[in-house]
Ligand binder design. Sequence first.
Ligand code: 13P
Length: 136
Amino acid sequence: MNIALIAHDKKKDDMMRFATAYKGSLSGHNLFATGTTGQRIMDETGLQVHRFQSGPLGGDQEIGAMIANNKMDMVLFFRDPLTAQPHEPDVTALLRLCDVYAVPLATNMGTAEMLIKGLDRGDLAWRSVANGEKGE
Ligand SMILES: O=C(CO)COP(=O)(O)O
């Protein structure tokens, strides 16, 4: 599966804790991230991550483009609901595309844990079937 990991600045520590806790699950998948989030995940967990631009510089849109091309299976986006973001339109557009394409989306750590546990259980196997792939 292709999984996107994104965290706003004040949620990056949470994302690092999450990625560390679920490193075993995440390591079996292709990981993508916005620039700064991806760099920190690689530095702090050793996981391999494909990094896009930083969020404010277009990274959210690059991940959105993968969704539009049916190349993203799950988005874990730890949003900061208490801080205004200069690229709020990009954030909204990314969330909207998840809904357009029915891509499982978590916007906080609680939901992200449920999705990862579901992933481990094979709950997302339907996506690889729908995409004509063999999974992972
Ligand atoms: O701003 C972001 C998502 O909207 C995250 O971008 P960075 O991972 O580059 O900080």
